[in-house]
Write a protein that binds this ligand. Structure first.
Ligand SMILES: Nc1nc2c(ncn2[C@@H]2O[C@H](COP(=O)(O)OP(=O)(O)OP(=O)(O)O)[C@@H](O)[C@H]2O)c(=O)[nH]1
Length: 614
């Protein structure tokens, strides 16, 4: 078996750079584990499941692992090779990073569960890989499962990528069956990297993570020239220069090396503390005699979904700011700016790549920083053209202009849904209800279809995925990407408590759904807001026109009514408990509103349902 006698500059002919792309749960991490094991990078006794997820390391050193890369030695027909496997994050919110990881490879292993077949993210990732002219190696996984139907799904894959069903490899990442042959195939069919060894250095950043001890660790793939430790490097998008403290490879732990040459994948450390200085997609070059032309297109990740984050306890505001500052060190895609809400006080308007990103961020803020937060219903970004031709970008319903609106544009998304054909009717009904336009429909095999829709992004981010799953008993998979904008008849619906609009409840919705939204919200709020000592009217309005109304009747909440006799300690306990309960409430005017009410708009189904999650 090959070893790394010398971890410096491998000849490009010996290198193969590839990634594994797959739908969620089709076995990417498990396959990566087997590869680590059979290449001898991790010894059998040190092996643990999902090695590259590095949960231990994450805990010990605070590295957040999004994409991973690892160098594997592999010998085919007596010739030693170096394989760089780049793991890609799976979720649609992080497509931006997946596309960068693909840019660092020449080949992709397309992994498909032999009991499930092609799913929406399989296709999305495959198209991204094909766009970049990567060599695709189709592989069916989990052939050990009794429910596996490799013949059926090999035909499905062959149909999509235009190969013979017999060309689709069959492996079990669990038992290791076929994994050695797969690595042989990688060496045989994935092209070796091509670059100019004598040219000025150019390396592409495909990921960067923040490590508490070492600062930012930047993952790069060298395209031309070489990067050596102790030289000064330059980030081409900003012109910022840094001293290189360390350059190395990962196998499977970071190992310093004497440098990285053409086609090599590894990491570099500069002591910088903020991942925004090592932007994914940027080109690294040497400060002296550096390259003048950056590698292909650099694009900042752009927030798609905005939501307000407010501390439940107003005095936590400075802590929230500090927590966001810290989190941003690690997450270049997170944006935030201070905002004030009449209802919620001081908080931040935060931009996210998608709902999952929002949920992860909120969760981390609460867990890692001990904050108690209210997040307002998320919304997408609208472009509003006023009558006088001026343009506004609205990321918060409270910034919606009053009157004089000429035209409004909303972002739209291209969606792919894959499901058993029995569900086509119900899926179409759902998509049409969300203002979707059918773009096309194909049969993947005789009983499974792919539907392509264009749907406004704002309609997808709420509970579309949940509705899709429940309508198809969990069988449908969804993928979407933003795809421009369209003019739409949108209005702002305000919700008023006791005649006062509550800014945190306002939402931008299509004119046709405004009435439905108004009645749903008022009904839901009537359920969620406890009775107060006075009557509380809840109204939904477009401008001055009220479109729905509910009333919470007055009631005196006497927690002591159950206490007969004079046990004072028990009374005190009950009063304390009532006070605790109040902490989770927010005073809006004179009305106590529970936290759940602020995310009520998230779930558009039954009022008593829980908030919709992705
Ligand atoms: N029976 C069997 N189970 C497998 C095989 N490969 C993976 N699994 C199981 O499938 C599940 C998902 O595998 P993962 O490796 O976590 O899948 P993944 O694609 O990395 O998933 P994400 O990281 O969530 O995208 C796990 O429970 C694995 O144990 C296989 O070859 N056979």
């Amino acid at each position: 078996m090959a070893t790394f006698a010398d971890t410096t500059f491998t000849a490009p002919e010996q290198i193969r750079n590839f990634c594994i792309i797959a739908h969620i749960d089709h076995g990417k991490s498990t396959l990566a584990d087997r590869m680590l094991q059979i290449t001898g990078v991790v010894e059998a006794r040190a092996m643990r499941a999902q090695y590259l997820d590095r949960m231990d390391i994450e805990r010990e050193r605070g590295i957040t692992i999004k994409a991973q890369n690892v160098r594997l030695p592999w010998t085919v027909d007596g010739a030693d090779h170096v394989l760089h496997m780049i793991d890609t994050p799976g979720h649609v919110d992080f497509t931006y990073e997946v596309s960068r990881a693909l840019d660092a490879c020449e080949g992709a292993v397309l992994l498909v569960d032999a009991a499930q077949g092609i799913e929406a993210q399989t296709l999305a990732n495959l198209y991204m890989a094909l766009d970049r002219d990567l060599q695709i190696i189709p592989v069916l996984n989990k052939i050990d499962l009794p429910a596996a139907d490799p013949d059926k799904y090999a035909a499905e894959i062959a149909h999509i990528i235009g190969c013979e069903p017999g060309d689709v490899l069959r492996v079990s990442a669990k038992t290791g069956h076929g994994v050695g042959e797969l690595l042989d195939e990688v060496v045989r069919v994935v092209p070796a990297p091509v670059g100019q060894a004598d040219a000025p250095a150019r390396a592409m950043i495909f990921d960067s993570v923040y490590d508490t001890y070492r600062g930012v660790v930047t993952y790069i793939r060298v395209v031309d020239g070489k990067i050596t430790p102790r030289e000064r490097i330059k980030m081409m998008s900003t012109g910022a220069t840094h001293e290189l403290l360390e350059v190395g490879i990962i196998s499977p732990e970071p190992k310093p090396s004497a440098g990285l040459g053409v086609g090599e994948v590894g990491y570099l450390i500069t002591g910088v503390k903020d991942v925004r200085q090592s932007k994914v997609g940027d080109t690294v070059t040497s400060e002296r005699k550096g390259a003048t032309e950056a590698l292909a297109g650099f694009r900042e990740p752009r927030p798609m979904v905005y939501s307000g984050l407010y501390p439940v306890d107003g005095s936590d505001y400075p802590d929230l700011r500090e927590a966001l500052d810290k989190l941003q060190l690690n997450d270049a895609a997170l944006t935030y700016e201070p905002e004030t809400s009449a209802a919620l006080g001081f908080g931040f308007r935060c931009g996210f790549l998608g709902l999952l990103h929002l949920e992860i961020t909120r969760d981390r803020l609460e867990r890692e920083f001990g904050l108690d937060l209210i997040s307002t219903a998320p919304n997408v970004v609208y472009r509003v053209v006023l009558d006088d031709g001026k343009e506004l970008v609205v990321t918060n319903p409270s910034d919606w202009p009053v009157g004089k609106i000429g035209e409004v544009f909303e972002p739209i998304a291209k969606c792919t849904v894959i499901a058993p054909s029995d569900f086509v009717g119900t899926i179409m009904e759902l998509c049409q209800g969300k203002r979707g336009q059918l773009g096309g429909m194909d049969y993947l095999s005789e009983d499974r279809v792919e539907l392509r829709y264009t749907i406004p992004l704002g309609e997808i981010i709420f509970d579309f995925f949940d509705s899709l799953k429940s309508r198809t008993r969990g069988y449908a998979s969804l993928d979407y990407e933003e795809s421009g904008e369209q003019a739409a008849e949108l209005v702002k619906v305000d919700i008023l408590l006791q005649g006062e609009p509550v800014d945190a409840f306002s939402a931008i919705v299509h004119r046709d759904s405004a009435y439905g939204y108004g009645t749903r919200m008022t009904t839901k709020l009537r359920e969620l807001i406890p009775r107060q000592q006075f009557e509380v009217p809840i109204q939904a309005a477009i401008g001055a026109r009220v479109i729905a109304r509910e009333t919470i009747r007055a009631m005196r909440k006497d927690v002591l009514s159950k206490c007969y006799g004079g046990d004072i300690s028990r009374k005190r306990k009950l009063l304390e408990k009532q006070k605790e309960g109040k902490k989770r409430m927010k005073m809006v005017g004179r009305v106590e509103v529970p936290q759940e009410a602020f995310v009520a708009a998230l779930s558009t189904d039954e009022p008593s349902d829980k908030k919709g999650k992705k």
